[in-house]
Design a protein around this ligand. Structure first.
Ligand code: MF3
Ligand code: CO
Length: 261
C-alpha cells in the first residue's frame, strides 16, 4: 500500500532525515585511510542515539547485524561493517537509516578515501548526478517511469552498468514501502506521483557489468565482475508545500535549493 502522509507524519520523517544527514556528515569526516569499518559503525550508532532515534537497519528482517551498511570498492550495497581498514584509493558507500517516533529516513553516499583514481571519481560523481536528476522529477503528476528512465539514461550514457536487482522504494512507517522505484523505466509510464508520498531515490552504478552476486553471508552484494560500484540515495517527500529532501541537510529543504546548492 502507498501511504499518503500527513504534515505531522512528514515532520517526524524530517527529524529522522536530519538524523541520517548528521550520520552522513560525521561518517564522511571519519572515512580516512586507516580507519576500520567497525569504527565508522560506532560513529553511526552513536549519532543515531544522540538524535533520540533508532536504527532502521539493525535487526532488519530479523538478521541484519549492524546500524550502517558499509560497502567498499566492488561491494554495491549491504556490506556489513568489519575490521577492514580503509586504504588510500578505496571508495566506500555509506548507507544509514533512522527511525524517529515510528517514521523512517534512509540515505546513502559514496566517498573516495584519500586520493582516488579519475575513474573512481567519475563513477562517484555520475551516480550522484543521476540521483539528483531523479530527485528533480519527484513531484505530483510525474510518473515513476520518468525517474527510472532518466537515471538509467545517465548511467548508460557514461558506459556504466546500472544495477536492476536492487531498487528504490516508498518509505514512511516502514523503511521499505510500496512502490518499488527501479533505476530503469519508460518515460510517461508507471505510477503517477501524488502529494503525501515519500520515496527513496537510489541509483547504483558499476564501472563494468550491471550484474550482481551475494556473498555467503547472505547480505554483501558485489559486482559480479569485480569492478567498482557507487550508490547514492535520498529520502524525498512530496509535502503539501512541495517536494523536500529530508536527508540532505539538518533541516528539510525544498528540492530546488538543494539541487542549486
Ligand atoms: N538502505 C537500504 C535500502 O535503501 C536498506 C538497507 S538493508 C539493511 O533499501 F538490511 F541494512 F537494512
Ligand atoms: Co533505501
Amino acid at each position: 500500500m502507498i501511504t499518503i502522509k500527513s504534515r505531522r507524519e512528514f515532520a517526524k520523517m524530517a527529524k529522522a532525515g536530519a538524523c541520517v544527514a548528521d550520520v552522513h556528515r560525521r561518517v564522511r569526516e571519519a572515512a580516512k585511510p586507516g580507519v576500520t569499518l567497525l569504527e565508522l559503525e560506532e560513529i553511526g550508532a552513536q549519532t543515531i542515539a544522540d538524535h533520540g532515534c533508532t536504527s532502521s537497519f539493525l535487526n532488519y528482517l530479523g538478521s541484519y547485524p549492524a546500524t550502517l551498511c558499509l560497502s567498499p570498492n566492488d561491494v554495491i550495497v549491504h556490506g556489513i561493517p568489519s575490521e577492514y581498514r580503509l586504504e588510500e584509493g578505496d571508495i566506500l558507500s555509506v548507507d544509514a537509516g533512522a527511525i524517529y517516533e515510528g517514521f523512517h529516513g534512509d540515505a546513502a553516499f559514496t566517498v573516495g578515501v584519500g586520493e582516488v583514481t579519475e575513474e573512481a571519481r567519475h563513477l562517484i560523481d555520475t551516480t550522484q548526478e543521476a540521483m539528483w536528476a531523479g530527485i528533480r522529477l519527484v513531484d505530483k503528476g510525474n510518473r515513476l517511469g520518468d525517474i527510472g528512465s532518466v537515471v538509467h539514461e545517465i548511467g548508460t550514457a557514461h558506459g556504466y552498468g546500472v544495477v536492476e536487482e536492487y531498487v528504490g522504494h516508498g518509505i514512511g512507517r516502514e523503511m521499505h514501502e510500496e512502490p518499488q522505484v527501479p533505476n530503469y523505466g519508460v518515460k510517461g509510464k508507471g505510477l503517477k506521483l501524488k502529494t503525501g508520498m515519500a520515496l527513496c531515490i537510489e541509483p547504483m552504478f558499476n564501472i563494468g557489468r550491471r550484474h550482481t552476486k551475494v556473498d555467503p553471508d547472505g547480505w554483501t552484494v558485489r559486482t559480479d565482475d569485480g569492478t567498482l560500484s557507487a550508490h547514492w540515495e535520498h529520502t524525498v517527500a512530496i509535502t503539501p508545500d512541495g517536494p523536500q529532501v529530508f536527508t540532505a541537510a539538518l533541516e528539510p529543504v525544498p528540492v530546488e535549493e538543494v539541487v542549486a546548492g
